[in-house]
Design a protein around this ligand. Structure first.
Ligand code: ADP
Length: 539
């Protein structure tokens, strides 16, 4: 027997229509590529999305066609989110930091028909126009006064939509229809496309608004620093539109001073981004003697959050860090770290031990850990294994790829090595490809990095395994010193001796000016391993 409930599809067009109807005047504020601050609201975003959908239809975009963006977080990008997906086409958000060969690869693989680009990225669009790609139309996301001088073939966004009608009937799509496409950064092999659906994206929007997750709410002024080209800015724009949170977009102003100005002028309450962004912002705030009085929560994911960062936000800004974990393949939210009532009486040091974990799974996704033979391991907080996930916002396969080794028996192998404790807190100790095996025991590179970053003279730390005649591999600590600070190997190793189990203490420390970062702001361990391939520990 079926239930007798209305079978309405979960569609992204419903989110923007809902916003226009029930919170039309809630603001969307953008620092534009052209320079000035632009103020819009959900009513206007919805109206302009419809004009854009009409314009796209005239360009020949049909259901299922892919439309690419190479763009910052802006109001126009938000309009594209809803116009493209709403009309049944697929929004392919491209990371502008991709190397040229990968850029060309993803545009061809996605078979993009139209490419929208911010003028900051005109060269990338021109590169695609000059290469053999399927793109038929290029649109610069600006007005005619700011059109790129040397790209005649490109239209401008404002002239494209200017004369279009703001009446558009959103099609009643199957909720399983594809809505957007995001490629993994391809640190290993070719980038792989994750094809989200309307259903998965709407369900994920609910997930990020839950009180024990990122809790995006109408009470918030939300500033996603995480880019809209990186897993749809963690789904935050959709969630904000759905609940009616004021949205603040930094555009190209990703430097500390611009961000601080925007946080202060707009009264931002919720910030979201990867750890490398916060290192810069925290330093800029210290230098300018600023305290983020309005900010209540800072959501951090993408890489492990060092305890020193949780401390800095808590003590210097009175803000709570929400440590979250996810992947492009998981939309991305898989777990979020919020403390339980029983943790209220813990000392700060003991609380921190829980806060550095990646958090508890959100209903909808299921998590487990397995050993090398796929045997399910206990949730005892001690045993570590390969982390697997499944759920309605987890990719079932990659775009235009049949089988892959990561999808087995209805579960997805994340490539992370983790423990899960009896309360469900998942803790990542390593990426499986970064694991350091010393004399049969695993050294957690994240554990060592976190400890090193507690040293006040350390700005950034990364640990890699280096061949060792006796122990197979031993950890090498690579450090970027804090600005204007001097620190020696001896000093750091002595410090780590106070915080780590003996066999985790690295055999040596090397100092570098900067760590190699990938397209999504993560430390590229592969590059570090190449750089230190011939490294030999001194006796
Ligand atoms: P890519 O960087 O390859 O594009 P993703 O952005 O999808 O891929 O990255 C997913 C991976 O990032 C996860 O499998 C995990 O290793 C790492 N990651 C994400 N969040 C965290 C976190 N909070 N702590 C540690 N690692 C994390």
């Amino acid at each position: 027997m079926f239930g007798q409930m209305m079978d309405l599809p979960l569609l992204l067009s419903n989110q923007i229509e809902f916003a226009a109807k029930f919170h039309p005047s809630v603001e969307v504020v953008t620092r534009t590529v052209e320079g000035p601050i632009h103020r819009s609201n959900y009513e206007e975003i919805a109206r302009r999305s419809k004009k854009l959908a009409n314009a796209l239809a005239k360009l020949g975009v049909k259901e299922g066609d892919r439309v690419a963006t190479i763009a910052w977080n802006t109001h126009r990008h938000l309009e594209l989110y809803f116009a493209v997906s709403g009309m049944g086409a697929v929004l392919h958000t491209i990371n502008p930091r991709l190397p040229p060969d990968q850029l060309k690869y993803v545009v061809n693989h996605a078979e993009d028909q139209v490419m929208f680009f911010d003028t900051t990225f005109t060269k990338l669009a021109q590169f695609c126009a000059a290469s053999d790609t399927p793109v038929k139309h290029y649109v610069a996301m600006t007005d005619d006064d700011h059109r790129p001088a040397d790209f005649d073939a490109a239209k401008t966004y404002e002239s494209l939509i200017a004369d279009e009608s703001d009446a558009f009937e959103w099609p009643q799509l199957d909720e399983r229809a594809a809505s957007s496409l995001c490629y993994t950064s391809g640190t290993t092999g070719e980038p792989k496309g994750v094809l989200y659906s309307h259903r998965s994206t709407v369900l994920h929007s609910y997930a990020v608004t839950m009180a024990d997750t990122l809790a995006i709410s109408a009470k918030d002024v939300t500033l996603p620093i995480v880019p809209m080209f990186h897993v749809n800015a963690w789904g935050v724009p959709y969630a904000a539109v759905m609940v009616g949170s004021k949205l603040v977009f930094p555009g190209p102003g990703m430097d500390g001073a611009s961000l601080i100005e925007l946080i202060e002028s707009e009264g931002v309450t919720s910030l979201l981004g990867v750890p490398t962004v916060w290192l810069g912002l925290l330093a800029a705030a210290r230098a300018a003697n600023k305290r983020f009085d309005t900010v209540k929560t800072v959501t951090i994911g993408g890489s492990a959050v060092p305890p020193s960062m949780i401390e800095a936000f808590e003590k210097e800004h009175g803000a709570r860090v929400i440590h979250a974990w996810g992947m492009t393949e998981t939309s991305p939210l898989g777990t979020a770290n919020v403390l339980l009532p029983k943790h209220a009486s813990l000392s700060e040091a003991d609380r921190r031990k829980i806060e550095i974990k990646q958090g508890r799974p959100i209903f909808g996704v299921d998590l487990r850990i397995v050993d090398d033979d796929a045997k399910v391991l206990p949730h005892d907080g001690e045993t570590s294994g390969h982390l697997q996930i499944r759920g309605p916002w987890v990719a079932s396969s990659y775009f235009k790829r049949e089988a892959d080794a990561n999808h087995v028996d209805g579960w997805f192998y994340t490539g992370d090595i983790a423990t899960i404790d009896p309360d469900g807190y998942m803790h990542i100790t390593d990426r499986s490809k970064d694991v350091i095996k010393s004399g049969g025991e695993w050294v957690s590179s994240i554990g060592v990095e976190n400890a090193a970053m507690r040293h006040p003279k350390v700005a950034q730390a990364a640990v890699i395994g280096v061949k060792h005649p006796k122990w197979q591999e031993r950890p090498l600590l690579i450090v970027v010193k804090a600005p204007d600070q001097e620190v020696t190997q001896e000093e750091l190793l002595a410090f780590l001796g106070e915080h780590l189990t003996k066999w985790w203490i690295p055999n040596a420390v090397e100092f570098v000016d900067a760590l190699p970062l990938g397209a999504t702001g993560k430390v590229l361990k592969r590059k570090l391993r190449e750089q230190f391939a011939d490294y030999v520990f001194a006796e």
